[in-house]
Ligand binder design. Structure first.
Ligand code: SAH
Length: 408
């Protein structure tokens, strides 16, 4: 981790070649951007952290070009797959312009809303996340090799978007550790917002805590799923479990829910949820700070019934190794949620664990149907909103599952 001033991104020319073990080049010919240490045969040259390196087959053919990170299991992140492309400032500008251009195409360039402008591998910018909230940008770096390029990236973002301020937000702790990254939150350009930023989402308004909120302040990935869920809410008693700042709860109230109970174990989250309910005049939203597992059991024991239950828990699996434990936890909460649903009730069940495959998540629901004796009809199998594109070459980026189902 360089701790000096953010340095010059350099010429973009390679200083070394990373040579792959025999038979390990295939994923990279397929444009997968992560070269793990286990695939590396040897290093020709002495690159410093963050240097541009070429990737070559064991017999010397060029494969791709990327950035060197000796501290990470991902030794090289690849950004270009032809030898003619230099990873210089013009290159990063072109990539960032393309990412911003896509959001314009998606109709998400409205300055009053929130939007993910850069989604790491999904925008061929592995390790970089940029979210826009109104006039401010929140940047998250999950690749140590991008740290010396932060000044350059900020220059480009300023010239493309003229934000009022750019804030650097620390990466998810687990990821930061894997990457050997220790980046404190700080304002890198302009001025921070004076308090919460308010973003609009389909006519609703949500306060976003850019400085201390979860993720970069808000769950932009669930934007369209909140809308989809709200379409089933009319007349129903809704339970929004793991509500964070109340995105689903407030959307369902606006969609005509009879009442909404929103629960989160974090007092900071429920304070935000309450404020967002008030901001939108959603008087029938009740917010409670409780552990979800305990609350689900208590509601079930009390014989409570809901017309709709939303489950949007945090990541249950950090890796493939914890997949079975995660699936058991998903089974447990979904089983209780089904018990809480009246006949014909709607289950909105999510998983943001990238290491839980979609099929396994659906199989988990089959298990719940079997155990509860209640048929579950899948109505919508959804993912993240389109400002969170996934690269077909890096399906690890497809983490979010949101299933809307009817329970008989
Ligand atoms: N649905 C939200 C995002 C939820 S993120 C939205 O659309 O904005 C997951 C939430 O689960 C976080 O707010 C976290 O505080 C909460 N959480 C984590 N563990 C929990 C637990 N055991 N019980 C209740 N909430 C929990």
């Amino acid at each position: 981790m360089p701790d000096g001033p953010d340095s010059d991104p350099g010429t973009g020319l390679p200083t070394a070649t990373v040579v792959l073990k025999p038979k390990r080049a295939r994923p990279f010919f397929g444009r997968h951007p992560w070269v793990l240490d286990s695939a590396v045969l040897r290093l020709d040259g002495e690159p410093a952290e963050g240097d541009v390196v070429d990737l070559a087959t064991h017999d010397g053919s060029f494969v791709a070009r990327g950035l060197w990170n000796p501290a990470s299991r991902i030794r090289v992140r690849l950004y270009a797959f032809d030898a003619a492309t230099q990873l210089d400032a013009a290159f990063w500008r072109t990539r960032l312009e393309a990412a911003v251009g896509l959001r314009r195409t998606l109709g998400l360039d409205d300055r009053t809303g929130g939007c993910r402008l850069v989604n790491s591998e999904g925008d061929s910018l592995s390790g970089l996340i940029v979210d826009r909230y109104g006039e401010h940008l929140a940047v998250q770096v999950t690749a140590a090799a991008l740290v010396p390029r932060l000044e350059m990236i900020s220059d480009i973002l300023e010239s493309l978007l003229a934000p009022r301020g750019i804030l650097l937000r620390g990466a998810d702790r687990g990821l930061a550790k894997l990457e050997g990254l220790h980046l404190p939150d700080r304002v890198i350009r302009g001025t921070p917002p004076a308090g919460p930023i308010f973003v609009s989402e389909r006519g609703l308004r949500f306060g976003v805590d850019l400085a201390e909120g979860q993720k970069t302040g808000y769950y932009l990935d669930q934007r369209d799923n909140r809308q989809a869920a709200a379409a089933y809410a009319r007349g129903r008693r809704v339970l929004d479990m793991f509500c964070y700042s109340g995105g689903f709860a407030v959307s369902c109230a606006a969609g005509g829910a009879r009442s909404v109970l929103a629960v989160d174990s974090s007092a900071k989250a429920t304070t935000l949820a309450k404020a967002n309910a008030d901001l939108n005049g959603a008087a029938n939203v009740t917010v409670e700070t409780s552990d979800a597992f305990e609350k689900l059991d208590a509601l079930s024991a009390a014989g409570e019934r809901f017309g709709m239950v939303i489950l949007d828990p945090p990541k249950f699996a950090r890796s493939r190794a914890s997949l079975d434990d995660a699936l058991r936890a998903y089974h447990r909460i979904n089983r209780v949620a089904v018990d809480l649903l009246e006949p014909g009730g709607i289950l909105v069940t999510c998983s943001c664990s990238g290491s839980v495959p979609r099929d396994d998540f659906l199989q988990m629901l089959a298990g719940v149907a079997q155990r509860s004796g209640r048929p579950i009809q899948l109505l919508e199998c959804r993912g993240a909103a389109p400002d969170h594109p996934v690269s077909a070459s890096c399906l690890e980026g497809e983490y979010l599952k949101c299933v809307i189902a009817r329970v008989a």
